[in-house]
Write a protein that binds this ligand. Structure first.
Ligand SMILES: [Zn+2]
Length: 118
């Protein structure tokens, strides 16, 4: 799935000011995730009940259709962000955009990917 599709399919409540929160659900994954947090398919809970994503898979590897690099001006407050990932956190935490709103915005960074498996 594309990153924008993952965001639109996310059913968990949205977390703010943190990637992931809450007790592990039946699938062992966090109860609540922020817009960046839901892009990681797998999370682990560290001692102290702190969630960390599975960093073996970096976002550019998981979602090669996104042009992740570059300087981005926030369209709401004109703040600068370095890269798409930083801006996802910003839209989630500072402007409280929904998963769907961030998905619409994220689509503007999608580029054609040559898929050699098809
Ligand atoms: Zn902003």
């Amino acid at each position: 799935m594309k990153a924008s599709e993952v965001l639109r399919a996310e059913k968990r409540p949205q977390a703010f000011d943190g990637w992931a929160e809450g007790e592990p659900g039946p699938d062992g994954q966090p109860e609540r995730v922020c817009a960046a947090g839901c892009l990681w398919p797998k999370w682990m809970m560290l001692p102290g009940d702190k969630w960390v994503p599975d960093f073996v898979n970096e976002l550019p590897i998981l979602y090669p259709e996104i042009k992740w690099d570059g300087i981005i001006h926030c369209q709401v407050c004109f703040a600068l962000a370095v890269g798409v990932e930083e801006q996802i956190f910003h839209l989630n935490d500072e402007h409280r955009w929904t998963f769907g709103e961030i998905a619409d915005w994220l689509e503007t960074f999608e580029v054609e990917v040559v898929d050699a498996t098809h």
